[in-house]
Design a protein around this ligand. Sequence first.
Ligand SMILES: *[C@@H]1O[C@H](CO)[C@@H](O)[C@H](O)[C@H]1NC(C)=O
Ligand SMILES: *[C@@H]1O[C@H](CO)[C@@H](O)[C@H](O)[C@H]1NC(C)=O
Length: 359
Amino acid sequence: MEKVFLAMMVTIIVVTIVVKLLKCILKRSKKLVVTQHVESPTTNGLYKFTIVEIENALNIGNMRRRKWIAHGRRGEFYQGILPSGQNVAIKEMHKTKDAMDSFTREVECLSRARHPIIVCLLGFCNEDGKHFLVYEHSSGGNLAQYLIREDTILSWDVRVKILRDCASAFTYLHNYIDGSIIHRHIKLSSILLNETLEAKICGFGQSKMLEMKESKVGMEESKVFGDVLENGIYTDPQYKKSGLLTCATDVYSFGVIMLQVLSGIKIPHFDEDARHILLTKAKNVNSGKLPMSEFEDPKLKGKQINVEVLKSTLQIAVNCVSETREERPTIDKVYEELNNTWRLMTNNGWPINVPPRHV
Ligand SMILES: *[C@@H]1O[C@H](CO)[C@@H](O)[C@H](O)[C@H]1NC(C)=O
Ligand SMILES: *[C@@H]1O[C@H](CO)[C@@H](O)[C@H](O)[C@H]1NC(C)=O
């Protein structure tokens, strides 16, 4: 009798322990499944803000008012402050299909592309049908504003450094491991400057990733046919005609940026005649038909400009804006040359009033 009782007790205890263990294991695996669902594969661990966190960041100061920074085609930019005290720029997307596409592209692209010269996307929010993007804040404004400002003039060495840094970021994008990332919307105003005049490339709402690269094999670049994106004076004419997107499309746009930065002439976004005039002048100066002084920014009054550097940089820019993509250099080549130029400038003891870069 006692033995039977003992056996029963042991059985009950063992069963209880086994049931408890099973429950525990089940609970754990459930938790695992749940977290896997929350982590969306395309956002690569970007922080997902709640709408309350966004509202708190947006409502600044005692007045609890929003501070508007800029208007974009697909959203409005506001200044924000995170609980850590960090200043951020918050973009509230418009409620159009176009804006939603742009939101998805930015999240997908900027969650992967991390580079000191590319604006850092800190997180996003999509809740209650509202969409926000949260970026690091660059208080210096954009390059387009700098070229028309009269109060502060970008010095020659800062201009060369900005071009070299941007080329390094595009080199990173075009050689991205999963396939070339084409920005497609490079223009002066998509290059922001922070307090120390370091460039930060933004505006990735139109970016496209090309198939796994064949581009390393000879001249053959990865290509994609699709809707041609109108980008004003920065639109690659060959892309416009054929609809064939390659890395050379970005190289053309970058060439148009280089010409404006070197000459200090900002041409209106949709003024194709002004572009034609600038390009023709650049080609004539480059081939020696016009003197180099024709291309110097009068605001720099000749003194600050290193003419040798202007010559070699102009040559690169003119190659970038070649009509056909076969004639254009790869962005790797552009970066290599700008990097060399920059090194020569710094080694020759040119007055560099650029703070040291911490990468
Ligand atoms: C400006 O950008 C550079 C390069 O990313 C960075 O090292 C530097 O800390 C930034 N400066 C400020 C004031 O944020
Ligand atoms: C850029 O220049 C630095 C020296 O200033 C050098 O160490 C680096 O290898 C260069 N990179 C390229 C791609 O030329």
